[in-house]
Design a protein around this ligand. Structure first.
Ligand SMILES: [Zn+2]
Length: 207
C-alpha cells in the first residue's frame, strides 16, 4: 500500500483530486467538505480510490456523495465561496506593523493551549472602520480591518480584536429558539479573561 498524504484544499469549487507520484498518493479534498459526515467522507474515499485504480464505483457510494454535495446547503456555500473568492484577494497576514499569524499563535498558546487550528489570517484591503474584524466561515478566514495595522494602534487592541474572533472560532453560532446567539454567556465569560480588555475597548471606542 502506498503512503497517503491527504489534505483539505481551497478549491474554487467543490473538487477533489487524487494523484500517485513516486509511490505516494496525494489526495486533496475541497475544504468545503471539512466537517462533513463520516459516511460522506467514506464514500468520497471509495470514489477517489476507484478512480485512481480504475475500479468500478459502487452505486451506494456514488449516490451518497452526490446527494450530499448537491444538497441545498452545499450548493449555496459553494456558490458563495466562488463569489467571494472571485472578488476578494486573500492578502497577507503580515501588515506594516503587525503580523496576524504571529498574534494568532501567541494568543493560541496563551488562551487555548495551542489547540485552535489557524484559519487564513488577513488584513482587509480597505481601511473600513465600520467592521473591525470578522470570521468568515466560508473561507475559514479571520479578516481584520487594515485601520489597525498602524503604529498608533496599541498591540493590545489588535490582540483583543483577534482574540474576539478566535472565540467565534471556538464557539460556533448556535441557534437558540429562532434567535441566533452570537455572543453567548460562555463566549462573554471567556472574553473577560483577556487581561487588557478595558484598555483595548477604550481605545476602540475612541477610534
Ligand atoms: Zn463577535
Amino acid at each position: 500500500m502506498p503512503e497517503f498524504r491527504v489534505e483539505f484544499y481551497a478549491f474554487a469549487n467543490i473538487n477533489n483530486t487524487i494523484r500517485l507520484r513516486e509511490e505516494v498518493l496525494h489526495v486533496r479534498i475541497s475544504d468545503l467538505l471539512e466537517g462533513s459526515p463520516e459516511n460522506v467522507m467514506e464514500a468520497l474515499a471509495h470514489i477517489l480510490l476507484a478512480k485512481i485504480y480504475r475500479k468500478p464505483i459502487q452505486p451506494l457510494h456514488a449516490t451518497r456523495y452526490r446527494r450530499y454535495v448537491s444538497s441545498h446547503a452545499m450548493t449555496a456555500k459553494a456558490h458563495l465561496l466562488r463569489q467571494v473568492r472571485g472578488r476578494k484577494r486573500i492578502d497577507s497576514a503580515r501588515g506594516q506593523v503587525y503580523d496576524l499569524d504571529e498574534i494568532f499563535e501567541q494568543l493560541n498558546r496563551q488562551f487555548f493551549y495551542g489547540l485552535l487550528a489557524r484559519p487564513q489570517m488577513t488584513w482587509s484591503r480597505s481601511h473600513a472602520r465600520n467592521s473591525l474584524a470578522h470570521y468568515d466561515p466560508a473561507h475559514n478566514a479571520i479578516v481584520v480591518s487594515r485601520v489597525f495595522d498602524h503604529a498608533r494602534v496599541p498591540r493590545c487592541a489588535v490582540e483583543y480584536i483577534v482574540y474576539h474572533e478566535m472565540l467565534h472560532l471556538k464557539h460556533p453560532v448556535k441557534l437558540r429558539g429562532s434567535r441566533r446567539c452570537v455572543h453567548g454567556p460562555e463566549f462573554q465569560a471567556e472574553e473577560k479573561l483577556f487581561p487588557q480588555l478595558e484598555e483595548a475597548k477604550l481605545f476602540l471606542k475612541r477610534l
